[in-house]
Design a protein around this ligand. Structure first.
Ligand SMILES: Nc1ncnc2c1ncn2[C@@H]1O[C@H](COP(=O)(O)OP(=O)(O)OP(=O)(O)O)[C@@H](O)[C@H]1O
Length: 741
């Protein structure tokens, strides 16, 4: 089968030549003699059908032959002559020679060259256009191994368009300006040609100055339009950028807490800033370049064809060749450049190794050895550098030679056309000037278009967040005016991973009753699941089994905002924002008066130290509250919780950064003045929890004991053990203190 594959292209060509020559003979038959156009088109169709049949039925047919690109090449091979001759006929040119000679050996060979050139075009430009602007076109036509676009650029483009739609008017204006300004740019080559004609013919002496005036006017107008257009486009794009950023930020904030656990802060910020920025930059800068160059390309092509379609054809056929040659030599240059970089990196490594182990080098007195090693590495780099320089010179030379060769061909061909009277000398001058711009316009579109496509593809990452549905149960709508604050955990089972196998469970059948207006405490060793209970109460996560009730109703039936207003949590790792203390306390409660703020701060034993800060309540708390100490941060956080007049106050190790005496005082003050409030204390500090009406002892995710301090002490279980250990620790500390005194 493999051997058959090697012969497939050869077989393909042999069969093609046979078919063409059969058609040639058939054309001489009396039936077809009088209708060469029918033979031309019918022959092309027959040729295409036979080749298609071979492509799809021959077992050794190569995959690329039946790919979209392969079929396209086949189409060009079979149909370019009929199309070309029909065009000649439509333009009123003589077609006799072509109609009777399209199947000659030279023409068949020419057909293969044209198909090759078309393939070069296709692989560089047209396919990328088709793939992105009409992904579905290629997917419809591509049968076999044609490459699929990696990102669904079409879908992303559609999404982007939605954001652009409100500015449709502006985009239409921008497009209009692009077209008009690009048209204006055509003035210089056009009028230079005319001037050349006038000079040659020595007619109308004023025409020269008039042409110069007109040229200047058109160029200035085009430059002004370009400026207005660029300004309008960039302002619009940055508006779209800002709005997309805002929308992504909002979408991220709506996600469930587990989403934030799974994605690092850096990644999230990067999506909102870097990714949107990259996309917007690529779209502002590169899309605008693609627009400009495409408009220029269109006009240049139009003007070139109107000067001489034959020279245009020559230019278009020559372009792929002038791209391919520098690309081949450029590839060699890049390979050499990479080798130079690698060699330099090795030299750097030698230097780094030596400097970082300087003491060892010195103690072995091996400075000369290391210098020699470094020099040897630099010699290698130098040898590679020489090769790279030669490759660079060859690449630049090949580039300019290829461009020069095309220009010489055009000039030569143009010269013969001028001699034959086909075009004027002015037309030739204009054409050469157009051609200069044309090659760079095509090159620019080909260069920037994939980058725009990439940026559009990259925007998919941003839309990923926008499309993501937060994994939280539908929000409830209960907002009762009077809330008692009675919380019940009923056989709650939970794991962060969402799995229910025993070893991943953090809470197992936990039942806790937090009575309204009472103080409840949860104690337990580290990692026993205490904070997890709080997170479930805050609805950050959903239990896998069991339920949590608030005043007898499932927690999720309450409106989110209502719940977070009624339940205030102060945790050990409370965070302050880089704003003033005032703003931090009033966070989410901006309407609260200063009196309320002072009251909350006094209740949290924070007022006094805040007043001592450099700017009192207006002191900046610094990045993550870095300007205040840990204990102060916690007291500000308690004030922030109290200002909302919560019905349920949860203190999760909220005074861990205070010494036990201060922690005790803060708790006492709180408990004395929050009578109406259900309080949940999470702490292992016995002095903090001992006053609680009810204490739950959590161990390895299960409630092992419950009762008041005295009852649990009497029981002599886990709680009593905790108290005993703390007392021992306390006594040891006392003794150590006494010893040092
Ligand atoms: N976001 C999370 N993702 C995955 N596992 C978590 C997460 N938060 C906590 N855990 C795990 O859940 C278990 C219980 O943690 P939890 O913080 O509830 O215990 P704790 O009793 O409050 O501990 P501590 O007293 O040390 O704060 C621990 O094993 C912990 O590693």
């Amino acid at each position: 089968m493999q051997k058959m594959s090697y012969f497939a292209p050869l077989l393909f060509m042999c069969l093609d030549v046979c078919v063409v020559h059969t058609i040639r003979l058939a054309q001489l038959s009396p039936l077809l003699l009088s209708s060469p156009f029918i033979t031309l088109w019918g022959g092309a169709l027959t040729r295409a059908c036979v080749l298609l049949l071979l492509t799809f039925t021959y077992p050794g047919s190569l995959p690329w032959m039946s790919s979209f690109e392969g079929l396209q090449r086949l189409g060009v091979l079979c149909f370019h002559f009929p199309v070309y001759i029909t065009l000649l006929w439509a333009l009123g040119q003589s077609t006799l020679e072509e109609l009777w000679g399209w199947h000659s050996w030279e023409r068949v060979l020419q057909g293969y060259v044209v198909a090759g050139v078309a393939w070069l075009y296709w692989s560089r430009y047209v396919s990328s256009l088709l793939l992105s602007w009409g992904g579905y076109i290629s997917s419809l036509l591509m049968r076999a191994p044609a490459e699929k676009p990696k990102e669904d650029t079409g879908a992303s483009l559609k999404r982007l368009m939605e954001y652009m739609l409100p500015y449709l008017g502006r985009f239409v204006a921008v497009l209009f300006l692009v077209v008009v300004s690009s048209y204006g740019e055509m003035a210089i080559p056009q009028y230079t040609g005319r001037v050349a004609d006038w000079i040659m013919n020595e007619e109308a002496p004023d025409a020269f100055t008039e042409a110069i005036k007109f040229m200047t006017l058109m160029t200035v107008a085009s430059a002004v339009l370009e400026f207005v257009c660029d300004l309008m486009y960039n302002v619009t794009m940055s508006r779209i950028h800002t709005s997309v950023q805002g929308i992504v930020f909002q979408a991220v904030l709506k996600q469930e807490i587990a989403f934030f656990d799974a994605n690092s802060t850096g990644e999230l910020v990067s999506r909102i800033t870097t990714d949107t920025n990259d996309m917007s930059e690529a779209l502002s800068e590169k899309l605008s370049l693609v627009m400009w160059y495409t408009a220029r390309f269109g006009f240049l092509l139009f003007f070139m064809v109107s000067q001489s379609w034959k020279m245009t054809l020559l230019t278009c056929m020559g372009l792929p060749i002038i791209w391919v040659i520098p690309e081949l030599t450029g590839h060699f240059h890049q390979t050499m450049a990479k080798k130079v970089r690698d060699s330099l990196a090795k030299a750097n490594q030698v230097a780094t190794d030596t400097f970082s182990s300087m003491k060892t080098v010195r103690s072995f007195a091996n400075e000369d050895g290391e210098t020699e090693r470094y020099r040897r590495q630099l010699d290698d780099t130098y040898a590679l550098n020489k090769k790279e320089a030669a490759a660079y010179a060859a690449s630049t030379w090949a580039n300019s030679m290829a461009t020069l060769a095309l220009k010489v061909c055009i000039l030569y061909y143009g010269g013969t056309l001028v001699t034959r009277g086909g075009v004027s000398s002015g037309d030739l001058v204009s054409f050469v000037l157009y051609e200069l711009q044309f090659a760079s316009a095509v090159e620019a579109v080909m260069h920037y278009y994939p980058e725009v496509k990439k940026a559009i593809g990259a925007s998919e990452k941003i839309f990923e967040y926008l499309d993501r549905k937060p994994k939280v149960p539908p929000a409830g709508n209960l907002t009762p005016r009077d809330l008692e604050g009675h919380i019940q955990f009923k056989k709650v089972t939970f794991s962060y991973s969402g799995r229910t196998d025993e070893d991943t469970l953090v809470l197992k059948d936990v039942s806790i009753d937090i009575k309204p207006g009472k103080v409840t405490a949860i104690v337990g060793l580290n990692r026993s699941g205490k904070s997890t209970c709080v997170k479930l109460l805050e609805r950050f996560y959903q239990p896998q089994a069991g339920e949590i009730l608030l005043d007898g109703k499932p927690l999720q039936s309450y409106k989110d905002e209502y719940l977070h207003e009624k339940i205030a949590v102060v945790s050990q790792d409370c965070v302050l924002f880089a704003r003033s203390v005032r703003e931090n306390i009033k966070y989410g409660c901006e309407d609260a008066s200063d009196e309320e703020m002072y009251k909350a701060a006094k209740l949290a034993s924070a007022h006094d130290f805040i007043m001592e800060l450099s700017n009192g309540y207006d002191t900046d708390a610094g990045e993550k509250g870095g300007q205040v100490s840990g204990g102060q941060k916690q007291r500000i956080a308690i004030a922030r919780a109290l200002i909302r007049h919560p019905k349920i106050l949860i203190l999760d190790n909220a005074t861990s950064d205070l010494d036990s005496e201060n922690a005790y005082q803060v708790h006492q003050a709180l408990l004395n003045q929050t009578n109406n409030c259900s309080v949940l204390l999470i702490s292992n500090n016995v002095s903090v929890v001992e006053k609680a009406n009810r204490i739950f002892v959590l161990h390895e995710g299960m409630v092992k004991e419950e009762g008041s301090h005295d009852v649990l002490l009497e029981k002599g279980g886990l709680y009593a053990e905790l108290v005993r250990k703390q007392n021992m620790g306390f006594h040891r500390q006392q003794e150590e203190k006494n010893d040092t005194h």
